[in-house]
Design a protein around this ligand. Structure first.
Ligand code: HEC
Ligand code: HEC
Length: 431
């Protein structure tokens, strides 16, 4: 009996730890990350309530816009007030945390880092562009529309995670509004940097650590991405010398010449938010630098340029029919389209660029890719989605189950033989 018990203990002792590894990473969030997660998904943090960060950055689309119909058309999202839209489409809020504080690299003669398409969440005040970015949406009348920092902190005081806030930041940490507002932002940034938001579990990651192989087409796509397609010159795709996995952006700024998205509802917004009306032209980083009082020599070369976004989860979506949009104004509706644009901007038939200043003529426009080469690049982009399993972990669990069953059966056999032997001995004794 003891032996059978032992076998059962073994069976159920080995399985649970294996199961834990396969459950959601949420359980492994640190207290500050968990606090950030609460803030990120709290739809009370808007005026009127109903809009959270996740309204525009949802996990099932790789922390970008979760509405297929919107993505298929205007591509920009409404904030807490109906009819008030942001001017740009939401980029991924994941894999963004490594962007350095915005600076001008003299050797490259280029701006690098910061957060948002135009770098205006620079990181110059908090030393962290990601945390600084998180302070914007709550107070932005086009987004969460809370009138003041006090208003945001007050809503956090009333929330069901106010205790967690004090656990993380100390008793009384919600008393000083300015300090509490910084801590709210830092907590959100901690969540955005967590392994739940940045799991690095794509097929490409498995390939980089030699856990899986690529199909022929994916391998060809990777080769083109790094070679003839020139993609990796702005979207680096290799592990760093320290072994860090790539996030597919070097945080530089470029004007690719993406056309205007005529369906963008921002064109019809009131002059209070869009003084240029239908003539609105998004000038990206240059416009921010100009508003920040940089001299023309500094802002002019940056007019029309946008930060290189991550390509992780660029194809992640809830169903295959779901439409995602690409580019700062969501002009492109599929990966096929945007790759075709890189290939043929200068030789194909495309509408004129939204801004024609500082157009990048070096890295794109006439790549000479064949249609099947374009398709291969798309196949490669599709293996950058998190959540890849090749079935090997399920295989491991099966091995453990079968192994345990064999052990249990062996125990039964040993036990039966032992018992038979005992009866035999007993009978012998009786004789
Ligand atoms: C109404 C939609 C909306 C809401 C709500 C919203 N965002 Fe965004 N988010 C956007 C848009 C649009 C951009 C790009 C804006 C730009 O470049 O000017 C963006 C950009 C970002 C970026 C920059 C990514 C990068 O690589 O540069 C991060 C990070 C981010 N949002 C996080 C958040 C957080 C955190 C919240 C909640 C506090 C939030 N967002 C709320 C629409 C939204
Ligand atoms: C010169 C730098 C550069 C090169 C080369 C480049 N990209 Fe980009 N990529 C960017 C920038 C900048 C953006 C954002 C532009 C914008 O929104 O105006 C972008 C956006 C994208 C997006 C949209 C991502 C999103 O979430 O909206 C995809 C997909 C993409 N690039 C794939 C590629 C592929 C594939 C190649 C090679 C064929 C490539 N890129 C080459 C700089 C570059």
């Amino acid at each position: 009996m003891l032996c059978v018990l032992l076998c059962f203990l073994l069976l159920f002792g080995v399985l649970p730890p294996l199961n834990i590894q396969t459950t959601s990473a949420s359980e492994s969030l640190t207290p500050i990350e968990l606090l950030g997660k609460n803030l990120f998904f709290d739809t009370n943090l808007s005026t009127p309530s109903g809009v959270s960060c996740s309204t525009c950055h949802s996990p099932e689309t790789g922390f970008t816009g979760p509405n297929s119909d919107i993505n298929a058309h205007g591509a920009v999202y409404e904030g807490a007030i109906d009819t008030r839209f942001t001017a740009r489409a939401p980029p991924s809020a994941a894999y963004a945390g490594e962007s350095p504080v915005l600076y001008f690299n003299e050797t490259k003669s280029q701006w690098i880092g910061g957060m948002l398409f135009d770098g205006r969440a620079t990181g110059w005040t908090l030393g962290d562009p990601l945390a600084e970015q998180a302070q914007g949406p709550f107070l932005n009348p086009l987004e969460q529309n809370i009138p003041s920092k006090e208003g945001v902190v007050f809503k956090v005081i009333l929330s069901n995670y106010a205790n967690l806030f004090e656990e993380v930041w100390g008793k009384g940490s919600l008393n000083n509004v300015d300090e509490a507002y910084d801590k709210i932002a830092k907590s959100i940034a901690a969540y955005e940097r967590s392994s739940e938001v940045n799991p690095y579990t794509s097929k490409y990651d498995a390939y980089l650590v030699e856990k899986t192989q690529l199909t022929q087409e994916e391998a060809q796509g990777l080769k083109l991405f790094q070679g003839k397609g020139l993609c990796a010159s702005c979207h680096p795709s290799e592990q760093t010398p320290l072994g860090e996995l790539p996030v597919f952006t070097d945080y530089t700024y470029w004007n690719l010449g993406i056309p205007k998205n005529p369906e963008n509802p921002f064109y019809n917004m009131s002059s209070e938010y869009n003084p240029d009306g239908a003539n609105f032209t998004d000038l990206g980083l240059g416009s921010f630098l100009k508003n920040a009082s940089y001299p023309p020599a500094k802002y002019e070369p940056a007019l029309g340029t946008f930060k290189v976004p991550t390509l992780r989860n660029v194809d992640l979506k809830p169903t295959s029919e779901f439409v995602k949009s690409y580019g700062h104004n969501g002009y492109f509706k599929s990966l096929e389209e945007i790759v075709h644009f890189y290939n043929t901007r200068d030789v194909g038939i495309w509408p004129e660029p939204e801004a024609s200043v500082n157009l990048d003529l070096m890295n794109m426009g006439n790549l000479g890719l064949t249609l099947s080469e374009e398709t291969a690049i798309v196949a490669f982009l599709k293996i950058l989605s998190d959540g890849y399993t090749d079935g090997s972990s399920e295989f491991e669990v099966q091995v453990v189950i079968v192994g345990s069953l064999i052990v249990v059966m062996a125990c039964f056999v040993v036990f039966a033989v032992f018992r038979k032997n005992k009866i035999y001995q007993k009978n012998k004794g009786a004789n």
